[in-house]
Design a binder for this molecule. Structure first.
Ligand SMILES: [Zn+2]
Length: 378
């Protein structure tokens, strides 16, 4: 049950998150129906089989269904615990995503101090432990029968959730706690993420080794072995994402619109392309803006379209036909940087943007591929 910030090193739009199934404390809880239904049916059948010695057919499936429902309610409570603590520190929570392997609390900002980071991360396992303790207490009262079995099973499940999530590697909660400790000791949050993510990868490899050494895959317990492989894969990928997100954050300061601006020349739309390219080459400009009679920008010439036009055709092509009309959202302040710059270009995906001063004066053109270069380089 990870929690964290959604910062992808690409420029995709909002992703599909499934349906909102509840809004506890005003936080929308999203579920992707199909993977979830498959997982629920799978777990219910597995658990019903486990009960086959003790219960008759119909009742067995009713108990198994109740178990699956309460299991995911436990997981949701774990996530809510992260989210509510985060919100109490003034960190906005965008949503909770529930998926078959657990949940994810999407918190919009990173905790400002290692102490708070530790508290947000520890809140989930603490709640799972509390639910486990509650189950243990109830089991002392309900010794026998269906209720007793169910309570014991849920107690066990919550203790497993707590123990697993306390493993000290990203993307698990224990990994975030470890990260907070390293951050506190070294004062370097990014280095702490990388270290905790590598511990996460080591744990994933160690987890993967279990079914092989115990003979789980070769023996009868094929399903458990498969389950461990899926979880190990989930951890490996999650740790990799943490590393990627950190590299991304480290590069953000280099994203400054003004620094990436390409010098541009202005030409009327009817200018032959060959002439516009000649003027650009002569002045060392790397972008061409199409302007009207009053010299106001109308469009930005698409670099790829120019490259695709053979030189012998360029005298016969109007520059205006190679330009994309400038929409209001394609005009950006030259002072934009970092996440604000990425957010601005996410709004209208384009290959080129016009950069202006607050006075409206044109600074130059921002090419999306120059932004990609910042992430690709080094
Ligand atoms: Zn958690």
């Amino acid at each position: 049950m990870a929690s964290g910030q959604e910062e992808q090193p690409d420029r995709r739009g909002p992703q599909q998150h499934g349906f909102v199934v509840a809004r506890p404390f005003g936080i929308p809880v999203y579920v992707s129906p199909w993977p979830f239904i498959i997982a629920c049916v799978f777990i219910a059948i597995w658990y019903a089989n486990d009960l086959s010695g003790a219960l008759s057919g119909g009742l067995r499936y009713a108990v198994a269904a109740a178990f699956v429902l309460l299991l995911y309610v436990s997981v949701l409570a774990h996530e809510l615990s992260h989210s509510v603590v985060a919100r109490s520190f003034g960190l906005p929570v965008r949503r909770i995503l529930l998926h078959p392997l657990g949940g994810f609390s999407e918190i919009e900002r990173e905790a400002p101090t290692p102490g708070r980071e530790f508290a947000v991360a520890a809140a989930g396992p603490a709640l799972s432990l509390a639910l486990g303790a509650l189950g243990w207490g109830l089991a002392q009262v309900a010794h026998y029968g269906v209720t007793g079995a169910l309570v014991r099973q849920l107690m066990f499940a919550n203790l497993v959730v707590a123990a697993f999530n306390l493993l000290p590697g990203l993307p698990l909660d224990g990994g975030r706690m470890l990260r907070a400790v390293i951050w506190k000791v070294t004062g370097r949050p990014n280095a702490a993420t990388i270290a905790a993510a590598w511990v996460g990868r080591a744990l994933a490899v160690a987890l993967l080794a279990i079914p092989f050494f115990s003979g789980g895959l070769a023996g009868g317990d094929f399903v458990s072995g498969l389950w461990v492989i899926v979880i190990a894969g989930f951890m490996w990928v999650g740790a990799g994402q943490s590393i990627k997100a950190t590299r991304f954050r480290e590069r953000l300061p280099a994203l400054q619109a003004r620094r990436l601006a390409r010098r541009a020349i202005s030409v009327p739309a009817s200018t032959p392309l060959a002439e516009a390219v000649r003027q650009a080459d002569e002045t060392g400009a790397r972008a061409i803006v199409v302007v009207d009679h009053d010299n106001a920008p109308l469009g930005i010439v698409n670099e790829a379209a120019v490259m695709a036009t053979p030189p012998q055709r360029r005298p016969w092509v109007d520059t205006g036909s190679m330009a994309r009309t400038i929409e209001p959202a394609m005009v950006l302040s030259a002072d934009l940087q970092g996440m604000a710059l990425l957010d601005a270009i996410r709004r209208v995906p384009a290959t080129e943007y016009l950069l202006v001063e607050s006075s409206g004066e044109v600074v130059g053109v921002l090419a999306a591929r120059d932004l990609d270069q910042v992430f690709a380089g080094g």
